[in-house]
Ligand binder design. Sequence first.
Ligand code: HEC
Ligand code: HEC
Length: 409
Amino acid sequence: MNDEQKQRYLEKYQQAKQKGVKFFPDIIYKDLLMSFALFIILVMLATFVGVANEPKADPSDSSYIPRPEWYFLFLFEMLKFFPGKIEWLGTVVLPTLAILALFLLPFLDRSPARHPSKRWRTISVMGVVVLAMIGLTIRAVITTPPQAEAESLAASLGESILVGQDLYSVNCVECHGPDGEGGEIQGVEGLEGYLMKPINSQDEMYTRSDETLFDIINYGQPGQGMQPFGKAYGGELSVSEIETIVNFMRYTWDDRAEIPEEVSQASAVPALGENEVPSYDVYIAPLVKRNCVSCHRPGKKNNNYLMETFDEIMNSGDHAPNVIPGDLNSNLIRMLNREEIDAGGPMPPTKALKPEIIEIFTRWVLGGAPQTAEEAAAASGPITTTLTAPTTPLTVTLTAPEVTASPSP
Ligand code: HEC
Ligand code: HEC
C-alpha cells in the first residue's frame, strides 16, 4: 500500500467517522438484539431437543472413558502428543502461547489493508491453526472407542458375582459345565466328544489374571471352538457383563479369594421341608437357569426346547409336553434320571445332576409342577401322605417311581 492509497483510505475513514454510529447506544443495541435472539434459540433447543443424560457416574466402572465436549476434543487429542513428563508442554505452554499470540495480533499485523489477498500471511497462519484443530478433532473421534454402555450391573461385589453366575450359566455351561469342571462335551454342535479341560482348577486360577480371563471371554478362543463374547468382537456381552463373569469365576473357583457371605447364601440350593412341594419360582427356575438354559434357549439348532420361563418349560419342545404335572414318566424326569428315550439322551448330557437336585425336580413334578410359592404351599398339603412314607432316605423316594416308570414305554 503506497502513501496515496493510505491517504485515500484515511479520508474515507474520517468521513465515515463524522457520519458516525455511536458505540452506545447504537452498537450495544444491535448486540443486545442479537444476543437475545441467540438466547431464544438456546431456550428452544433446550426445551424441544435437549441432550440425553450420560449414565450415572459409577465409581466401580473402570471401563469408563472420560471425554471432554466435542469443541475441546482437539486439546484432548493434542495431549496425546505430550505424554508423561512433558505433559505440561501440551497443557500449559502451548495454550498460553496461543492466547498470547492473539493478544499480540494487533501489533504483529499492522497493515490497515482489509482485502484477504493482501493479508495472506495472517490468514494462512490462522488457516493452519484451524485445520490443525479440525484434524485433531477428527483424530480424537476416530481413535477414542465408543463408550461401552456403562450400565451399572451391580451395586456390590456380591451382586456382581451373582449377576456373573447367571451370565456364566447362560453362556458358558454348555461347554464348561455348571462349575467349570469341563469333561467330555455332549450336545454341542461342532464340539461333540471334545474333552474339555477344567477351567476351575487351581492351575487355571493361579496362572490366569483377571485381565487374562477377561480377554479370553472377550476374544474367545476362536481356534479351539470358543467364539468371542465381547460386543466389540461380534459377541453379545458388554464390558461390564464380562467383568461380572470374571468376578464369578474368581470368587467361586479361586481358593485364595474369599467369597462374600451374601453370595454363598444366595447361591446355595434352599433346603426343602420334609413334605414341602417346591415351586417353580423359588426352586426350579434357579436350578434350570444354572444347569439347562445355556442349551435350552432360543437360537440353538440342536433342540427346540426352551426353558427360560415356566410356560416354555411346560409347553415348548419337539416332544412337548416334557413336564406332565404329577407324572414321573415325564420326559424331563426320565432324562434327569439318565434314561435314553425318544426325546433324547440323559440330561444334562455331560454329567448327572446331584441327587438332591434331581430330588427337587422329582418332588416338583410329583406335586403337580406348581408355578408360584402359593400354589406350591397349597399342593404341599394333599401329597403329604404320598411323600411321608419313603422320606427318610432321599434315594427311596427316587427309586420307587422309577421302577413304576420303566415298564410303561
Ligand atoms: C461353544 C463352546 C464354548 C463356550 C460356549 C465357551 N467356551 Fe470357553 N472354551 C471352549 C474351548 C473349546 C476352549 C479351549 C479349551 C481347551 O483347551 O480345552 C475354551 C477355553 C476357555 C478358557 C481357558 C483358556 C485357557 O487357555 O486357559 C476359559 C477361561 C474359558 N474358556 C472361559 C469361558 C467362559 C467364561 C465362557 C462363557 C462366557 C466360555 N468359556 C464359553 C469352548 C467354549
Ligand atoms: C449341553 C447342552 C444341554 C444341556 C446343558 C441340557 N440339555 Fe436338554 N437337550 C439338549 C439337546 C441337544 C437336546 C435334543 C435331544 C438330544 O440331542 O438328546 C435336549 C433335549 C432335552 C429334552 C427333550 C426336549 C424335546 O421336547 O425334544 C428335555 C426334556 C431336556 N433336554 C431337559 C433338560 C434339562 C432338564 C436340563 C437341565 C437339567 C437340560 N436338558 C440340559 C442339550 C442340553
